[in-house]
Design a protein around this ligand. Structure first.
Ligand SMILES: Cc1cc2nc3c(=O)[nH]c(=O)nc-3n(C[C@H](O)[C@H](O)[C@H](O)COP(=O)(O)OP(=O)(O)OC[C@H]3O[C@@H](n4cnc5c(N)ncnc54)[C@H](O)[C@@H]3O)c2cc1C
Length: 474
């Protein structure tokens, strides 16, 4: 089946005024020389070719939700909001489907369009504001011991090179072939081999999840970590610094009976009366991360940092338990209204307990005021060249700080702890690592070879890609 399903057009940072661009977390501000929002792939290709011929750098921006300067350019900035929606759907014999999506499609649009086709992403991160191209390009991931990040769900790409040629690369190309290698760097490569115009994803039949959110003693999770992680489809936890308590999140495939009764609750008159017809409400949304009360907690912490230990103790104690059943994307996605800075590292899973102990020790010794919980997620080993979970079972540990509060000392200390156990930084979240030491973790020579072949003049480089991947041409 081939079809085109449009999504309504959001307004990307690139599409708005001439004001400088800035990231969602307010971590980077920049002013490109020129901005454009092409209406289709042909216009995109012409824009790239003209800019490259004039010696300009070219970068695309998605939703600006990276904390690093990944999307920054001094040259032509492209917003792909008009390249949005589903182009084609190819059902597979095993019930999955290959869905080709235009690169600027936001995840919330994609989720709705897939749901209308009875399909869903196998796994997602915890928000849905990103564009699909931006999300895969930095290795965006969710949680699940048997699951990989979004880039592992990519089966093909269309990418515009510096000549304006639209190249196609798929996972089915022969291993070691130029096409297969281009696919590797295009599906997760910080936009360094060209501008993605479309992405083909392997998606699954739509499914519902049973979400269980419960406060637990942190040690209960850590003592039975393997059972916690491997015994659930999607396990996650939020640990409150200065306490030994965590909010646990366990999401598992719902049974047909559960789906039937929650469907009735959502659609029935009773459900509408109770407000269940909108979105099943998550404890994490309502009481921890996203609501007005959390903003108030953070403002208090900003005004009186000495209150933070008591605030965290109250937050950790205030939580009750909640369980609900809803379509997968509604369970995965949370609302993040309180603005923050974030660093996230991928660690060998076996190191998690020691790393949290080290972090706890540093926080207690330093009395650093941190009103945000530490987030822990999990992923299977994968084989994507630049994936943070490449070749090993992974625990992701993310540290956050309220945007107006200083984060440097906390993040530097956390980074030292993470780096000591072979941690790999999320490409889209704050860190201070460089290609010199990241080369221990990734085949950066192979990445450089592919980049040099498709982008010999360095049209798609920027300072950040030079720092973390090494330079191509200038
Ligand atoms: C509130 C919040 C929650 C988050 N939650 C998660 C999470 O749960 N899991 C997780 O892993 N990460 C998470 N992140 C990080 C986020 O998913 C990544 O930083 C992601 O890259 C942002 O997507 P974007 O569309 O905003 O891309 P941008 O930040 O705009 O761009 C990211 C990179 O992609 C490149 N790019 C964008 N479009 C194209 C294109 N068409 N062709 C080529 N290159 C392109 C850019 O040049 C840049 O290098 C979160 C971030 C925030 C702010």
């Amino acid at each position: 089946m081939s079809q085109s399903i449009a999504a309504s057009t959001p307004s990307s940072p690139a599409a708005r005024s001439r004001e400088p661009l800035r990231t969602w977390g307010r971590t980077v501000t920049w002013q490109p020389d020129r901005r454009a929002t092409p209406r289709d792939e042909a216009e995109l290709a012409a824009l790239v070719a003209d800019a490259a011929a004039a010696g300009q750098h070219v970068r695309a921006i998605g939703a600006g939700h990276s904390f690093t300067p990944a999307a920054v350019t001094d040259g032509l900035h492209l917003g792909l909001d008009h390249l949005s929606g589903i182009e084609a759907v190819l059902p597979q014999a095993d019930g999955t489907a290959l869905v080709t999506v235009r690169a600027g499609t936001r995840l919330y649009q994609l989720n709705r369009l897939l749901a209308s086709l009875g399909l869903a992403m196998r796994n997602l991160g915890d928000i849905d504001r990103q564009s699909i191209a931006g999300a895969i390009s930095t290795g965006t991931h969710g949680t699940g011991a048997t699951l990989g990040g979004l880039a592992t769900q990519v089966r093909g790409v269309r990418v515009v090179d510096a000549e304006g040629t639209v190249r196609t690369a798929t996972a089915a190309a022969a291993p070691g072939s130029p096409e297969r290698e281009l696919f590797e760097v295009a599906r997760l490569g910080l936009g360094t081999v060209g501008i993605l115009s479309a992405v083909t994803l392997e998606v699954v039949p739509a499914f519902w999840l049973r979400a269980q959110e419960e406060p637990w003693p942190l040690d209960r999770v850590l003592d039975g970590l393997d059972e916690y992680v491997d015994g659930n489809d999607h396990a996650e936890l939020y640990w409150f610094p200065g306490t030994r308590r965590a909010l646990t999140l366990r999401n598992n495939r719902a049974t047909p009976d559960e789906v039937a009764s929650w469907t009735a609750a959502r659609t029935g008159a009773l459900g509408a009366l109770r407000g269940a017809g909108t979105r099943a409400r998550s404890l994490l949304d309502d009481e921890v991360l996203s609501n007005g009360a959390f903003e108030v907690v953070n403002r208090l912490a900003f005004a009186a940092p000495g209150l933070v230990p008591r605030l965290n103790a109250v937050s950790a104690r205030a939580l009750g338990a909640r369980s609900y059943v809803a379509p997968s994307h509604e369970v995965f996605v949370h609302r993040r209204r309180v603005r923050f800075a974030e660093m996230e590292y991928a660690l060998p899973r076996a190191e998690l307990r020691d790393v949290l102990a080290e972090l706890d020790g540093w926080l207690r010794r330093s009395s650093e005021p941190v009103p945000f919980p530490v987030e822990v997620r999990f992923a299977a080993a994968d084989d994507v060249w630049l994936s943070t979970a490449r070749g090993r079972e992974t625990a992701y540990v993310a540290v956050h700080q309220y945007a107006p509060m200083p984060h440097r000392r906390y993040f530097d200390a956390a980074e030292q702890i993470f780096t000591a156990v072979g941690g790999r930084p999320h490409w889209g979240k704050l860190h201070r690592r460089t290609a010199a030491d990241l080369a221990l973790h990734y085949p950066l020579d192979d990445v450089a070879r592919v980049r040099a072949a498709v982008d010999p003049r360095g049209t798609f480089r920027n300072d950040y890609t030079d720092t973390v991947l090494g330079p191509t041409a200038r």
